[in-house]
Design a protein around this ligand. Structure first.
Ligand code: ADP
Length: 209
């Protein structure tokens, strides 16, 4: 299966772009959604988290209290590694299963931290949704109703725009109106259909629109 890794900084427009690929009938696997699924009650990763961090990390109705776990591992590298040792393999397995089950000419794997985690080496193609950081800050404030200082702090924890762009095969510039995304996604979709069947077509690099 030809896999396109879709990434971009927070509030760059990944979900907006993913939704357009979905409309074209392309399966989209959302790594964030998988990370939530693997800690649902009854999943082995949740049992492992409880064994490692205790039942304190559960809400009264038996679900993972993500906020509490985040606070618990914050600034504790050893605890952070213990968390990663449980979560990374669980998410990796869920991702493999989702990729095997995906039906379509190609598949989109949406991973916010694709480049930071080195997972861009595991996909056939890296598609970056790109906007200047000032636009990211403005849209993040609009979507998550945070203030400018919080938005900038969230951005600061991610890979820089340059690092992401260096790993990109294809770039969608999302500074413009949402409607311009349709043309960009349509054009990329045609290119990916070709690449999925013809490896020679993969040598091209697209900068859209
Ligand atoms: P991500 O998934 O990368 O975090 P989203 O797709 O959620 O980003 O987009 C962040 C916010 O910006 C959302 O509120 C979305 O509706 C809005 N948005 C996305 N693209 C555009 C655009 N071209 N113009 C204006 N707002 C946009």
């Amino acid at each position: 299966m030809f896999i396109v890794g879709l990434t971009g900084g927070i509030a760059s427009g990944k979900s907006t772009v993913a939704e357009r690929f979905t409309r074209l009938g392309i399966p989209v696997i959302d790594a964030d959604a998988l990370a939530r699924d693997v800690v649902e009650p009854g999943q082995p990763a949740l049992d492992q988290l409880i064994q490692t961090f205790g039942t304190d990390m559960l809400t009264p109705d038996g679900r993972l209290d993500r906020e509490r776990l985040r606070e618990h591992v914050f600034a504790k590298p050893e605890q952070r590694r213990a968390l990663d040792r449980i979560m990374h393999p669980a998410i990796g397995r869920a991702m493999q299963q989702a990729l095997q089950a995906a039906q379509g000419p190609y598949v989109i794997l949406m991973v916010p931290l694709l480049v930071e985690t080195g997972q861009h080496r595991l996909v056939n193609r890296v598609l970056v949704v790109d906007v200047p950081e000032s636009v990211q800050v403005r849209r993040l404030m609009g979507r998550d109703s945070c203030d400018e200082t919080q938005a900038k702090a969230i951005l600061g924890a991610q890979a820089s725009r340059d690092q992401r762009l260096a790993a990109a095969h294809d770039i969608i510039n999302n500074e413009g109106e949402p409607a311009t995304l349709d043309a960009a996604v349509d054009s990329l979709h045609r290119a990916y259909l070709e690449m999925a069947t013809d490896p020679h077509a993969r040598e091209r690099r697209w900068q859209l629109p």
